[in-house]
Design a protein around this ligand. Structure first.
Ligand SMILES: Cc1cc2nc3c(=O)[nH]c(=O)nc-3n(C[C@H](O)[C@H](O)[C@H](O)COP(=O)(O)OP(=O)(O)OC[C@H]3O[C@@H](n4cnc5c(N)ncnc54)[C@H](O)[C@@H]3O)c2cc1C
Length: 388
């Protein structure tokens, strides 16, 4: 029984991802999780099939699809027991290169990314003293001749050890000298192949889930001027431009997780017998699963609404943020209910529930925390006073 009525949308795409996922079953993800290893083979195959180049226009060798299709690709990875967090950034950071890169930069990088030869998976914004408050970053790119010399530190830069390129946000004007609060940051493409050991040092951060995050130390890193994206000082607005895509894509991953949890929980509740009858016959077990389902369906509607607006080129900030908020809540709720339904087995690694629960928990905090989304809605949509 298919509990997701929207699975009739983009069926070919879903079947294609399912075909790849058939070679990367739960054991694959479980084993990687145990040893904190990166799913090299899976990501390579996804790139070779062109799935991670969904948003690259056909003129640069990609498939030129919309955000709705891209989101379905990530949703299906999570729905089939995997973790799209290992490769999702390529889809949403690409937008900065597409929208603000020069023609020369696009020709230099996009065709090879589309062919699967080049990985663009890392995004360096957060710093130890600046997470939610991006404008307080201190990493500084000082103009020197025909380039920049960068010093500073990033934290939580995910997949940086598994990427060829990193999108780096750094200050080019000190905060106190910027004309406007939101000016003075710039966006750069860092070629990690040439920079690791030459200005870039990576130190992995072990975490509760297999996410390949790291601290990145930048010490006299030389970035040629031709690797700056767009205008100097406008990096923050470029960052904001990409956020709606990021929110919609992560929402879809959470929806995929939620359906995975709900399928597992309802099947187990129907088959596990305690006191001589299926546990799902007890409403105390059944209703929380049904409620999780209702939350997931509602969040999914918001995700498709946000994606439709995005693909029409219309403003979708509130919808994209609400989709992320509702979907992250729904997957957390569904994961929690799945653990409860499985009883002790919910904690056993072989069922994968605890792994997926750890993975989906992240989306309450990153890439933007639930509180910051609520603040955005409260302040920018409902017009209430600013808290920051
Ligand atoms: C596994 C993982 C992967 C990540 N990957 C990346 C990556 O690839 N690239 C990257 O740049 N960053 C990445 N991040 C960083 C992530 O974006 C930040 O963790 C997130 O933005 C929150 O910042 P912070 O951790 O500094 O929390 P803080 O900003 O210190 O906030 C701490 C808590 O206080 C709350 N809070 C703060 N201010 C307010 C307020 N005004 N009102 C209400 N609540 C508030 C927040 O919601 C949060 O819950 C990752 C993080 C994790 C954990």
């Amino acid at each position: 029984m298919d509990i997701n009525p929207k699975s009739i949308l983009f069926r070919d795409l879903r079947e294609g991802v399912a075909n790849v996922m058939s070679r990367y079953g739960p054991e694959y993800w479980r084993k990687l999780d145990e040893v904190s290893a990166y799913p090299e083979a899976f990501v390579k195959e996804m790139m070779e099939y062109g799935y991670l180049a969904a948003l690259i226009p056909e003129a640069y060798g990609g498939s030129g699809l919309g955000i709705a299709e891209a989101s379905v690709i990530l949703e299906e990875i999570n729905h089939l027991g995997g973790n799209a967090g290992v490769c999702h950034a390529q889809m949403y950071i690409m937008g900065t290169l597409l929208r603000h890169g020069s023609e020369d930069q696009k020709r230099r990088y996009l065709p090879d990314i589309a062919k699967g030869k080049l990985r663009f998976q890392a995004f360096g914004v957060t710093e130890p003293d600046a997470g939610s408050d991006t404008l307080s970053i201190k990493t500084f790119a000082r103009k020197a001749g025909k380039g920049y010399i960068v010093n500073g530190q990033k934290i939580w830069t995910s997949r940086v050890a598994h990427s060829d390129l990193m999108l780096l946000i750094a200050r080019t004007t000190p905060k106190e000298e910027a004309r406007k609060r939101t000016e003075g940051l710039s966006a750069f493409l860092v070629d990690l192949r040439a920079s690791i050991g030459k200005g870039v040092t990576i130190q992995p951060i072990p975490t509760m889930m297999n996410h390949h995050s790291a601290q990145v130390f930048l010490e006299d890193l030389v970035i040629p001027e031709e690797n700056r994206l767009g205008e100097e000082g406008r990096g923050f607005s470029y960052l904001l431009d990409g956020l709606n895509a990021e929110r919609i894509l992560i929402a879809a991953e959470c929806i995929g997780d939620a359906y995975w949890f709900l399928e597992k929980a309802s099947a187990y509740a129907s088959s596990r017998e305690v006191f001589g009858r299926p546990i799902g016959q007890n409403q105390g077990v059944q209703f929380p699963i049904a409620r999780g389902y209702a939350s997931t369906r509602a969040a999914d509607l918001m995700r498709y609404e946000a994606a439709a607006l995005f693909d029409k080129g219309e403003p979708c900030g509130p919808e994209a943020n609400m989709a992320k908020l509702l979907a992250a809540d729904a997957s957390f709720e569904a994961g929690n209910v799945a653990i409860q339904t499985f009883g002790g087995f919910g904690f056993a690694k072989e069922y994968d529930i605890e792994r997926k629960f750890r993975e989906t928990r992240l989306y309450q905090v990153a890439p933007i925390s639930t509180n910051l989304i609520l603040a955005y809605l409260g302040q920018h949509v409902l017009g209430m006073p600013r808290s920051y």
